[in-house]
Design a protein around this ligand. Structure first.
Ligand SMILES: C[S@@+](CC[C@H](N)C(=O)[O-])C[C@H]1O[C@@H](n2cnc3c(N)ncnc32)[C@H](O)[C@@H]1O
Length: 195
């Protein structure tokens, strides 16, 4: 499905970074950042342009190829990894930041990733996430219609019990991020530290 979606010439989530990421990027310690389900590269390229050493993972080769193009266009360097997150190891004490923007994983896989995530962060590392909540279902402004791949403030906190949250909020916000994320959306946003 994602390869088909990304086969469009245009960047279907846009070339500009996610709004929540741009608002809070200053909280990410400078260093190594892992972006989960990076898609066409907009967030990875943005982070690289700020001097972060970015690794971007996604299961869509077509998406990653567009990411490579965008990186070239913006003259930045990103490590692109083609992998399904079900087969990808986040590693241990590796990342100053991990970013998950609209990463629609089945809940069991997401829980596995969230279990591994605090171990993968360095002490002082930050996890930054934005996801649609199930309240989004039926709106037609993005995120599809599967509650299983959506998240809530409760689920995020429950899946990351050892992280310290500085921001954890559900809200309705205007999302204008490409042709598939267009309009008022119900989202959860989180920023958590590994202390
Ligand atoms: C809604 S798009 C968001 C892309 C990007 N994060 C953004 O905000 O522009 C969801 C992305 O999740 C990726 N994805 C879905 N399931 C995945 C999995 N199991 N492993 C890796 N990537 C996955 C898709 O390929 C797609 O690029």
């Amino acid at each position: 499905m994602w390869d088909e979606r990304y086969a469009a010439k245009e960047f279907v989530y846009g070339k500009e970074p996610n709004t929540f990421l741009t608002q809070h990027v200053a909280l990410l310690p400078k260093g190594k950042v892992l972006s989960l389900a990076e898609g066409e590269g907009r967030n990875a390229v943005f982070l690289a342009s700020l001097g972060y050493e970015v690794t971007a993972v996604d299961s869509s080769l077509v998406g990653l190829d567009k990411g490579r193009l965008l990186a070239k266009e913006r003259a930045v360097s990103v490590e692109w990894i083609h992998a399904d997150l079900s087969d990808f190891s986040l590693g241990e004490n590796q990342w100053d930041g991990i970013v998950s923007i609209f990463c629609p994983l089945p809940s069991l896989l997401r829980q596995k990733i969230h279990h591994a995530l605090p171990h993968a962060l360095k002490t002082g590392g930050i996890y930054l996430l934005e996801a649609y909540t199930p309240a989004q279902i039926g709106r037609g402004t993005g995120g599809g219609n599967s509650a299983d791949v959506m998240q809530t403030a409760l689920s995020v906190r429950a899946e990351l019990p050892d992280m310290t949250f500085v921001h954890l909020q559900e809200s309705e916000r205007e999302v204008q991020e490409g042709i598939y994320h267009t309009g008022k959306g119900c989202v959860v946003q989180a920023i958590a530290h590994k202390l």
